[in-house]
Design a protein around this ligand. Sequence first.
Ligand code: ATP
Ligand code: MN
Ligand code: MN
Ligand code: MN
Length: 291
Amino acid sequence: KLDVRVLRYMSSEEFRVLTAVEMGSKNHVIVPTSLIAQIAGLRHGGVNKILGELAKKKLVAKVKNSMYDGYRLTYGGYDYLALKTFSRRGSIYSIGKQIGVGKESDVYLVADEEEIQSVLKIHRLGRVSFRAIKAQRDYLQNRKTASWLYMSRLAAMKEYAFMKILHEHGFPVPKPIDQSRHCVLMELIDAFPLREVIEVKNPGKLYSDLMDLIVRLASYGLIHGDFNEFNILLKEDGEPVLIDFPQMVSISHPNAEWYFNRDIECIRTFFRKRFGYESVLYPKFNLDVNR
Ligand code: ATP
Ligand code: MN
Ligand code: MN
Ligand code: MN
């Protein structure tokens, strides 16, 4: 869970040590205490005390290894560092309620100093498998945590890059605002997920808008890969906005046609079940994409 309270109670020395753990993580799954002291430029005794405090706040975790004692960064510590960066850049001033809990992310309403609201998506890969590997040996678990942080960062970077390019090319997606580590900050879309929409004025119009969007993306070389009622927000004026991009694939991907057809089929199934709407018209990968 994201705990904003710890943000206020950190000394500059604690921050220095936390940053040292992050830097050490680039080359070590478990960062040796001596290396942390060296990076932070503090005495060994002083560092131990501060690491103990950071561990109590669950920002780092102590790891006993057969070779040496050390620490690893936790999701809590990684959250802290990202939030600190957003706050320093003026992108985030306050954190509001959680608006989404996905399998692979936590989504929060946040605001800057002018009280302009935006959306913070924190990628959390590996959360499901955490429980499954609990029983496994410590070292393995620590190794996995380290690589999940890394994978989550990659997902955030990928999502931000896709959102930026799509927004710049006029696709209906949220405007990306900032990115740090495993987090993406984006425009808040005032809309409901299609999943929660019981009735629309003109299902045929929305259906063809969505099919057009899939084809437009493909003409641009991309397939969303998770194009469904959870990832489409419907504005009051009836315009759809697409979200959730880390899984996007290129139309030259070996399984591109399969992903493309699955996106189409998701929409067709949803419209049939929810609105009783079915059309004989739908885009075909070979005809509409590989023109
Ligand atoms: P899943 O696990 O289902 O794949 P996810 O973890 O990938 O989800 P998103 O789909 O990106 O996360 O976001 C989760 C939810 O948060 C969305 O369904 C939507 O309700 C809300 N949300 C995300 N981004 C925005 C936004 N820019 N504006 C408004 N609401 C948003
Ligand atoms: Mn826009
Ligand atoms: Mn989603
Ligand atoms: Mn997703």
